[in-house]
Design a protein around this ligand. Structure first.
Ligand SMILES: Cc1cc2nc3c(=O)[nH]c(=O)nc-3n(C[C@H](O)[C@H](O)[C@H](O)COP(=O)(O)OP(=O)(O)OC[C@H]3O[C@@H](n4cnc5c(N)ncnc54)[C@H](O)[C@@H]3O)c2cc1C
Length: 400
């Protein structure tokens, strides 16, 4: 039976994991690294799966985070298609589904998250897509070519992006979600309603304030009934209702967990030889407070930072990551707390199209969303970090 030792074991082969390699190599040019991932594909970017791959702005070859030669050049062994079933911090080992053992000196948990499933009759029907991985994209792309209609469940990032992508491919798209408008967790009401109106104008049928109760096969298609009494027949059903962090291994191993694997400012878990980064990590942001962030820039920066600390850098993580999305012609970059429940102040150059939405708590700027304005993230981050009390009106013109 296989039993190997490594100075560095990186569990997960997503963005946080791939970035960790770069962080490790900044401080240790030769210690061997193994990257273990359940998916067959080497580390790739997920954002294009719901955007550029559909529009043709990127090809499949362009989504990989590094050229194929990168890992061998960096002294990294890729152990893909490999699921780890157990972690034993006492013996510093991981065990995979074939009982192979991986011994580590330092371990990174970069296990990301798994899509939440609909716990309704028919939620597990074959072909209902819980969209996250490249194989989900490949399936949906093939299925969309042969389909006329789609039901998208969920009005957050993934649901909204997939609905736009399918609609642009000419499918009749219906969206169902419980909020009153798209993106209700981040957009202030007037912006959310304007974006929802834009979706309707593009031909998407938006059913807000409703949720599916059951999905059944209907000839070659699906029939979904909703709480509001709708009966929606569609060739495809795609679900984007959020993710759950993959904390099971950490939990079973006795590490501190909660809404994620709990880490300190060095991204170290409750075991000093185990780190966590990316979608799975619950970390103490020094400005905004403890949180778990499910965004690309967070996985990129935390992965790299955790890797550096595994190799001895010993620096606290203090970066505030940004995030982005594209919804038809509406694109934005945002940073910090963009929780629609906070006080918001919108400084529009063109109402609900171009401008900045500020998110405030107790007079402090906690977040900013730059709508159709790009490369303003550093200015927004500085505003948040400055931590000065402001009156909303003073923010007019702060970022242009
Ligand atoms: C379709 C889509 C579009 C997105 N668009 C945006 C966007 O526009 N902007 C933005 O900011 N963010 C976006 N995101 C979010 C962003 O992609 C994630 O935040 C990022 O991928 C998180 O990276 P990660 O490495 O932490 O986790 P993941 O990407 O989830 O990678 C974790 C990996 O670990 C593996 N794994 C887990 N457990 C085990 C185990 N026990 N054994 C072996 N392997 C295991 C998983 O199979 C997975 O491959 C998008 C996400 C999706 C799905």
């Amino acid at each position: 039976m296989r039993d190997h030792s490594y100075p560095y074991v990186v569990l997960g082969a997503g963005l946080a994991a791939a970035s960790a390699v770069e962080g490790i190599r900044l401080h240790d040019s030769s210690g061997s690294i193994v990257l273990i991932g359940a998916e067959q594909a080497p580390p790739y970017d997920r954002p294009p799966l719901s955007k550029q791959l559909w529009s043709g702005a990127k090809t499949m070859e362009e989504i990989f985070l590094h050229p194929g030669t990168f890992y061998a050049e960096q002294g990294v062994e890729l152990q893909l298609g490999t699921s780890i079933l157990a972690l034993d911090p006492a013996s510093h080992t991981l065990r995979d589904a074939d009982s192979a053992i991986y011994r580590y000196r330092k371990l990174l948990l970069a296990t990301g998250g798994t899509p939440r499933r609909l716990s309704i009759p028919g939620g597990d029907l074959d072909g209902v897509s819980y969209f996250r991985m490249v194989q989900d994209y490949k399936y949906l792309r093939r299925a969309a070519d042969a389909a006329q209609s789609a039901l998208v469940v969920g009005g957050g990032f993934i649901g909204s992006e997939i609905a736009a992508a399918l609609s642009q491919r000419g499918l009749r798209v219906t969206m169902v979600f419980p909020g009153q408008h798209l993106g209700s967790r981040v957009f202030p009401e007037s912006l959310g309603r304007a974006i929802t109106a834009e979706y309707r104008a593009k031909g998407v049928e938006v059913v807000a304030g409703d949720r599916p109760l059951a999905i059944a096969r209907h000839k070659e298609a699906y029939r979904t009934t909703t709480q509001g009494g709708r009966d929606i027949v569609s060739d495809l059903v795609v679900v984007g209702i959020g993710i759950e962090p993959n904390i099971q291994l950490a939990q079973a191993a006795g590490l501190r967990t909660g809404n994620g694997v709990v880490v300190d400012q060095f991204l170290r878990t409750s075991d000093p030889d185990i780190y966590a980064a990316g979608d799975v990590a619950y970390f103490p942001d020094p400005v905004l407070g403890p949180r778990r962030v499910e965004h690309w820039d967070n996985a990129l920066s935390q992965g790299k930072h955790a890797g550096a600390n595994m190799a001895g850098a010993g620096t606290p993580f203090g970066y505030i990551p940004f995030f982005f999305s594209d919804l038809f012609e509406f694109g934005y970059e945002a940073v910090g707390d963009t929780d629609a429940r906070l006080e918001t102040f919108a400084d529009w150059q063109e109402e609900n199209k171009t401008g900045v939405v500020y998110y405030l708590r107790d007079g402090l700027v906690r977040g900013a969303m730059m709508c159709n304005l790009f490369e303003r993230v550093d200015a927004a981050r500085a505003l948040i970090q400055r931590g000065e009390r402001v009156k909303p009106n003073d923010l007019r013109g702060a970022i242009r």
